[in-house]
Design a protein around this ligand. Sequence first.
Ligand code: SF4
Length: 197
Amino acid sequence: MSKKLQVIKQNVIECVKCNLSKTRTNSVPGKGNFKSNVIFVGEAPGKNEDKNGEPFIGVAGKKLSAALEKTGISREEVYITNIVKCRPPKNRVPTTTERDICQEYLKQEISIIKPKIICILGNTAFNSLLGGSEITKFRGKLVRKDNQLYFLTVHPAATIYNQDLIKVLNKDIVKLFHLITELKNNKEVKIDIDYSS
Ligand code: SF4
């Protein structure tokens, strides 16, 4: 891990900036390859993540890992984080205030890693980063905003009891890494939604 990410990790571990610090067991900093071309951004830690202090290690994390492995990518090759770094009680959706307070950490992670694409997992990340909603309508699309590319897909937790959404997630992850390969080869990619224009 880069020294700068190590500092963020420590700051997240010690953070008491919002009320979620009072109910968490452990903060859950982002984890993974700081040279990754993609950052995956979910909503918030769940029960297992809160217990262990690591992102996406529960059932939803296994779904994401499986989708990555289908494209020949291991979790260690990418960087995974969340909009808020502490578990909301009973897994409720983090409030706008909690998201706003915590977003500085995500901004720092993005500015250090400088990913080619930020992969948004689910509605909360979609809403927090792009002001969007109804991810199932927009999933599979590539978005540009402020010179940053975003790719939209469903949250792996949504696939747990839904076989159709597993196929959707797997298909989207294949497309995501195809786009990354094209970008690495300096090829033009089709922007589906451009907030910059
Ligand atoms: S959710 Fe974010 S801002 Fe709130 S205590 Fe945790 S790390 Fe700090």
